[in-house]
Design a protein around this ligand. Structure first.
Ligand code: CP3
Length: 358
């Protein structure tokens, strides 16, 4: 009998386009996936949610793996993204987070003043708190059987701080932004704590099976250029540095939504790819970034409300603006709950068909 331990995760991939494109290498077609590709617009996701709460799905590796695979079974996407949420880090720090249907995340007891920082767990055991995510990654890797790479992710320090202080979604995140000016030292302390955890969490995700990672700074656009340079950029850079030191071959993507002024500085960090929202011009972004990073994006999610023929024309224009190299096609933000899955299919198919012409 062969006593050798067999790694249950296949080391070869049938499709590694996204890894190649993120590293700036040539691909036969432009790889494509969609942020929030597993979610409420899929009836099969709704069926799981009818039986289980959101955080129950996140916390149960079997369910998280099932939902992660749903878009991969339905569309020829070039990657799976692990089903979880950026708010698992605030939870690991001891803050309660509820997901209110139709409203989004709600923190019953947010960090209203710096004194409340003492409520946070001082040195949370990530393996104990987030072991379910690592298990979900390992399980999903096995079930993928090398079909496409698996993406891990985390929220960026500023975006997590915004939710932790504000207590939920908000148009202006006034309370969180107030902290940056009223309590800059406490803000830096919180951002530093989050940075250490996020970096360790991403390193562990890659150890558990993630083949690419993305950091979501969804609320970067609330900061101005200078505030971003002060309160977001150094922490984002530190996360990339630590992650790449541990996993030099695993590509890392950063998405600073709404912050076009950040592109030049982000290109100087260790991220392999920069994700653009739909308001950013890919040609201008490429001029700024040069060959320092791959680019991801950036169709307006609302373009998926158009008829499939129009979606195809929009994809054609998008591919033209990015060009054939170092581009990972995606939306400029996530899928929306009332999107039609057939229109997502039109988007994915158009990327493959129209990029194959090059
Ligand atoms: O992309 C994927 O398919 C993977 C899963 C994923 C989710 N959240 C599942 C989810 C990912 C990558 C996220 C990231 C996330 N979560 C971000 C960054 C990306 C972005 O959208 O800017 C943010 C800001 C969050 C926090 C969060 N979680 C919000 C604001 C909401 C509510 C908004 C909404 O769409 O309802 C969530 C809930 C959430 N996270 C859902 C899903 C599928 C819907 C919850 C449900 O099923 O009821």
């Amino acid at each position: 009998m062969n006593e050798q331990k067999i790694d249950p995760r296949p080391s070869t991939l049938d499709n590694d386009r996204i890894l190649r494109a993120a590293r700036g290498e040539a691909t036969d077609q432009t790889p494509v996936w969609m942020m929030r590709q597993a979610g409420r617009y899929l009836p099969e996701y709704q069926a799981v949610r009818a039986e289980h709460s959101f955080f129950e799905v996140v916390g149960t590796p079997e369910l998280a793996a099932e939902v992660t695979l749903q878009p991969v079974e339905r569309f020829p996407v070039d990657a799976a993204i692990i089903f979880s949420d950026i708010l698992v880090i605030p939870q690991a720090l001891g803050l309660e987070v509820q997901m209110v249907s139709g409203k989004g995340p709600h923190f019953p007891a947010p960090l209203t003043e710096p004194e409340e920082l003492s409520r946070l767990a001082s040195d949370p055991d990530l393996d104990a708190e987030l072991g379910h995510v690592y298990e979900a990654l390992a399980l999903t890797r096995r079930r993928l059987e090398g079909r496409v790479p698996l993406i891990g992710f985390a929220g960026a320090p500023w975006t997590l701080m915004a939710y932790m202080v504000e207590g939920g979604g908000s148009k202006s995140f006034r309370q969180a932004r107030r902290w940056l000016w009223a309590h800059p030292e406490d803000a830096h302390a919180l951002l530093g704590t989050l940075t250490d955890l996020i970096a360790a969490y991403l390193v562990r995700q890659a150890g558990a099976g993630a083949q690419l990672v993305q950091v979501f700074d969804s609320h970067a656009g609330l900061l101005g250029e200078e505030t971003f340079e002060h309160f977001a950029l150094p922490y984002l850079a530190r996360i990339a540095e630590r992650f790449k030191a541990a996993h030099p071959d695993v590509p890392a993507i950063v998405f600073a939504k709404g912050a076009p002024y950040a592109l030049d500085a982000l290109a100087a960090t260790d991220y392999d790819a920069i994700s653009l929202d739909w308001t950013m011009d890919p040609r201008a972004a490429r001029d700024t970034v040069g060959d320092r990073a791959a680019l991801q994006g950036n169709l307006d999610p609302c373009a998926l409300y158009a008829a499939p023929g129009e979606i195809r024309r929009q994809v054609d224009a998008m591919l033209e603006r990015f060009g054939p190299h170092a581009h990972v096609a995606n939306l400029g933000h996530g899928m929306l709950p009332d999107h039609d899955p057939a229109h997502a299919a039109a988007f994915v198919d158009a990327v493959h068909e129209l990029s194959g012409r090059w």
